[in-house]
Design a protein around this ligand. Structure first.
Ligand SMILES: [Zn+2]
Ligand SMILES: [Zn+2]
Length: 246
């Protein structure tokens, strides 16, 4: 009876307030299970089929080999792989920017649904025990009021029934926005910027962030988590920047 009532009521709600695309507001077709409309999804650039397996750097040619990129060869990353929802471009870039800077917190669930779907195949070989978001320093957090990466990690945690603790990894000193800094500066600037609060006991960690550019943040967070007791760290991001500024 209760189940019937719930089903009937959700049908009524859908009739009165039909679900809309969270990016453009178009009414979503009931039969389409995707969290965005097809036009918006078509503008989410898919990750390149040919990319570095460790940092997801897209390669200019669709070569079949999954060899490491130069940056990963020169300095092996502490994380085992990076998986992105798509390239940081077009509609995905627009969605991430709204989610990050324009208070569009309602994008957490639809973006996490797509990210979870893009991670489905790697979960067989890397099953995380815990999800950790790249933290903001408390000064930045109080200015922005929310950490978009934590919202994503929490949504992934809800879907996979995994913990996504907010305070395990902390940014212990404020850092400059990474955008616009040269790769070398980013790396040294982030040294010692993070700390693990408490102790990990061999957990496999999935580190969650919004955008992967040079990987300096992912490297520093992963190294901190491994030093804090994690057994392995992998990285999941929404957008992968196409070019590295080396
Ligand atoms: Zn749309
Ligand atoms: Zn790489």
């Amino acid at each position: 009876m209760l189940f019937w009532l719930r089903t009937e009521l959700s049908g009524l709600f859908n009739l009165l307030l039909p679900p809309c695309c969270p990016l453009c507001g178009t009414v979503l077709k009931e039969e389409a299970a995707a969290p965005f409309c097809s036009a918006c999804l078509a503008g989410f650039p898919a990750p390149d089929s040919s990319c570095c397996p460790r940092c997801a750097l897209p390669y200019p040619l669709p070569a079949g080999s999954n060899h490491l990129c130069e940056a990963c060869l020169r300095r092996e990353p502490p994380f085992v792989f990076t998986r992105c929802l798509g390239l940081y471009d077009a509609n995905l870039r627009e969605a991430i920017q709204r989610f990050k800077f324009n208070g569009a917190v309602h994008l957490d669930r639809p973006l996490a649904l797509l990210l979870a779907a893009s991670l489905q195949d790697v979960l067989h070989s890397f099953r995380p025990d815990i999800l950790v978001a790249v933290p903001l320093h408390r000064q930045r957090l109080s200015a922005r009021t929310y950490n978009q990466s934590l919202l994503l990690a929490r949504e992934l945690g809800r879907q996979w029934r995994l913990p996504a603790p907010a305070r395990l990894l902390r940014r212990v000193r404020p850092t400059l926005p990474q955008q616009g800094l040269a790769a070398e500066v980013r790396r040294t600037h982030l040294k010692g910027a993070f700390a693990v609060h408490g102790r990990l006991n061999g957990e496999r960690v999935l580190l969650v962030d919004d955008v992967f550019t040079t990987g300096a943040t992912a490297r520093e967070c992963s190294a901190t988590l491994l030093a804090g007791g994690a057994s392995q760290v992998a990285v999941a991001v929404l957008g992968r920047a196409r070019l590295r500024r080396l």
